[in-house]
Design a protein. Structure first.
Length: 465
């Protein structure tokens, strides 16, 4: 049969179906959608968008072409040479309800091929999984959002709100050339939107296997600092009592010894309480604030790096620079420190307390990155939709608002008055936390498929269906 005849037959079938069928004439071909998603994600991963430098433009063009082939209008922007943003809009009927933005980022963190068992930018499919940097963070979730929009369009479903796809660059280093640029220079993309769905949460299971939806409503605030010590330079054979290096080491030692106090934010208290209700083996988590006053419990609790970061500010030295010859005392030594503050912490007050702790005026402290965090309300139309999704797709698994220990681009949109949640409707395995930013990042094809199915359902719920 020729292509023309196939098209004619399909058109004839549609018209026979009448108005009701024309409304929703086609179902969803999940097999085909998954096959397409797998191939698109593989191509997407093969475009190396390691940041720095990012180089997201070719990735933005790839996604744009995919939308255009299905007749969804899409455009690419170039915030600065080589950097890319892509936006696409699936129109709904009417303009009464606020649009939903599906946000993801195209840039990835660098990958060292030596640590990987497949080349990190191969996009290889092996053992039912798609391998490559970005499979989970955040190219996989981006493809899930894109394919869900295509699925809705192909099924001829008209939602009663617009869905806007935005994929940015530069997220991994703060988003200035990505989401930061979008909110400032492309207000048209989101001015009719009320909601943003971004990375940062998802479907997980606790140790006992109870499934829950984690929805990030806020994040800790990053405060990146550079400490620079100075001192006399000279021959290392006859050293003075103190040098730039010894001063820096002493300062780092004090920071290392310091344990910031516990402060359990309401969202964190509630998060653990909800987990305790799910798993009756953890009764102490019902009141975490109280539980942490017990030194034995506290010691055990903070032995988990994630749980520790949920209840206090953290101070992590990462980059150290000094000297170039073993026998020459350098005049400066510096360290970069990644501090993550609880949402109610004032960075200026925090820096002041670090100064007091270090107690060495010759050490200069500079801010490299710092922005305040904001929270979105727990109750919203979008949260209701996520609860409905859980009921329809995951037996009513509890939906638990959470705080992220890391940051993402949600804050840019919250600052513009949008409700932004970190929630990807993918079931993440226990090991996926280690794979994000780590070696052998990969996603199960099955998780990709179910992610698209859930995202389609979520769009239908948000679209009044
Ligand atoms: Zn990410």
């Amino acid at each position: 049969m020729s292509r023309a005849m196939v098209a004619l037959t399909a058109a004839a079938l549609l018209s026979i179906g009448g108005a009701a069928r024309a409304d929703n004439a086609k179902g969803f071909d999940w097999e085909e959608l998954t096959r397409e998603a797998t191939s698109l994600l593989s191509d997407y991963i093969q475009i190396n968008t390691s940041n720095p430098p990012g180089n997201e433009l070719p990735a933005a063009k790839l996604l744009k072409e995919k939308f255009l082939r299905d007749g969804i209008p899409a455009a690419v922007f170039e915030p600065s040479p080589g950097r890319g943003v892509i936006a696409a809009r699936l129109r709904g009927i009417g303009k009464k309800r606020k649009a939903l933005v599906l946000l993801s980022h195209m840039d990835v963190v660098p990958a060292n091929p030596k640590d990987w068992s497949v080349p990190p930018f191969s996009g290889e499919v092996k053992g039912g999984e798609l391998w490559g940097r970005g499979a989970l963070d955040d190219k996989g979730p981006g493809v899930v959002a894109l394919m869900a929009m295509l699925a809705i369009k192909r099924a001829r479903i008209l939602l009663d709100r617009d869905v806007v796809f935005i994929a940015t660059g530069d997220e991994e280093v703060g988003g200035e050339d990505g989401a930061g640029w979008v909110v400032q220079h492309q207000t048209n993309l989101y001015k009719d939107a009320g909601f943003v769905l971004n990375e940062g949460g998802g479907i997980r299971a606790d140790k006992a296997g109870h499934v829950f939806y984690s929805v990030a409503i806020t994040e800790k605030s990053p405060l990146w600092l550079r400490l620079t010590a100075s001192g006399p330079t000279g021959h290392a054979a006859a050293p003075p009592a103190q040098t730039a290096v010894t001063r820096l080491v002493a300062a780092l030692h004090k920071l290392d010894d310091y344990q910031p106090p516990f402060r359990v934010m309401p969202v964190v208290q509630d998060y653990f309480r909800r987990l305790a209700i799910l798993d009756s083996n953890q009764p102490k988590l019902l009141d975490l604030r109280l539980a942490l006053t017990d030194p034995q419990f506290a010691k055990k609790f903070v032995s988990s790096p994630h749980d520790n970061a949920m209840v206090r500010d953290t101070i992590t030295p990462t980059v150290i620079n000094a000297g170039y010859r073993t026998n020459i005392i350098p005049s400066t030594a510096s360290a970069e420190i990644d501090c993550r503050l609880l949402p109610d912490e004032d960075p200026a007050v925090f820096i002041k307390s670090l100064r007091q702790l270090i107690n060495d005026d010759s050490i200069k402290i500079e801010r490299l990155l710092s922005f305040p965090t904001m929270a979105s309300p727990e109750r919203s139309e979008l949260m209701n939709a996520i609860v409905t999704l859980s009921r329809r797709k995951d037996n009513g698994a509890p939906v638990i608002p959470a705080m992220l220990t890391g940051f993402n681009d949600s804050h840019y949109f919250r600052q513009r008055g949008l409700v932004a949640y970190g929630f990807v409707p993918i079931r993440f395995s226990a090991q996926s936390g280690l794979l994000v930013h780590g070696a052998n990042e990969r996603i199960e094809i099955k998780a990709l498929r179910e992610g698209i199915e859930r995202m389609v359902e979520l769009l239908r719920i948000m679209g009044g269906q």
